[in-house]
Design a protein around this ligand. Structure first.
Ligand code: DON
Length: 303
């Protein structure tokens, strides 16, 4: 398949949609991004990379980081992890507090904020440096040693992180935080602030297309664990829009409020699209449209 031609066709088709939606405004550093940006990249399991638009431009990965912290933690902890966090879609916004009280401090899944905080807590206990472990992993998988945190975004997250603090303390009250809440939050804010391009992220999610095998051929996840992460992405990766994303795109995917979305085609490639205008549920409008067009054009959904 001529991936470069397909991406060009997708880019042409989504041009009218680019700029629609609203950029995330909950922190000033994200509100300043131009909503007319658009980039898309595809990295094959063999290591070839294709891209269009702003595909080499770093952006704030935000909640896309939750896929990688989950994988790193699952690799070390195995099934024990699922005692502290569920794997069902939440049907609620990503930062909702309501469900957590009904479910006694056990978050529905690892991709809503509460669940991601549990994962970061565990990764911190396991490694002593959750954010550093994540950054080093992403540098290795993307093949880009300059992948790094954006300290302005990290500071802004901390300044406006009241809801995440509330979620973390609430879980601590149920005994579902191992470490000190401020330390866990610090690592969480920094993980969200990582800046990567579509090319970096398309390569970095390649291990999920290779059934758990890393870029250097070593194994991070068992085949079964890679299936588990992909399945949780499909059912929970776009929050209360996961049903619509599965319906339109038909791939495991994970979005972030920076406007990025990664998606995985097992055995074939990792994909990443970035456009900062978000819909009401926090997913990139042009990003979802582009992935919808891509799978419709190529027939490469998992269904
Ligand atoms: O926790 C937060 O509010 C952000 N740092 C991450 C949010 C995010 O990307 C959720 N996703 N769409």
């Amino acid at each position: 398949m001529d991936y470069q031609a397909v991406l060009s066709e997708v880019w042409d088709a989504v041009r009218p949609v680019v700029g629609q939606g609203r950029v995330a405004t909950y922190i000033p550093a994200l509100a300043a991004v131009d909503p007319r940006r658009f980039g898309m990249a595809l990295a094959t399991v063999e290591g070839d990379v294709y891209g269009v638009g702003d595909w080499r431009e770093p952006f704030s990965i935000q909640s896309i980081s939750k896929v990688f912290t989950l994988a790193l933690t699952l690799a070390r902890d195995g099934d024990a992890l699922w005692k502290r966090v569920g794997k069902e879609p939440s049907g609620n916004p990503f930062n909702s507090l309501v469900q957590l009280e009904y479910e006694q401090g056990i978050p529905r899944n690892p991709f809503i904020n509460a669940g991601a905080l549990v994962i970061t807590d565990r990764l911190q206990r396991l490694t002593g440096d959750a954010r550093g472990t994540l950054r080093d992993f992403l540098r290795a998988e993307s093949g880009n040693p300059s992948v790094d945190f954006d300290p302005v975004i990290a500071a802004s997250e901390a300044d406006h992180g009241h809801r995440n603090r509330a979620l973390a303390h609430f879980m601590a009250s149920y005994g579902n935080m191992e470490g000190a809440v401020p330390e866990v939050l610090e690592h969480y804010f920094w993980q969200c602030s990582l800046a990567m391009s579509c090319a970096d992220l398309a390569r970095a999610c390649g291990f999920l297309a290779r059934h758990g095998q890393r870029a250097d051929g070593s194994r991070l996840l068992t085949r079964s664990q890679a299936k588990q992460v992909n399945a949780v992405m499909l059912t929970c990766g776009t929050y209360d829009a996961a049903g619509e994303f599965a319906y339109r795109v038909g791939l495991p995917g994970k979005s972030g409020v920076g406007g990025g979305i990664i998606a995985v085609i097992p055995n074939r490639c990792g994909l990443c699209v970035w456009s900062p205008g978000l819909d009401a549920r926090g997913n990139s409008v042009a990003g979802v449209e582009a992935l919808d067009r891509f799978t419709t054009l190529t027939g490469l959904s998992i269904f």
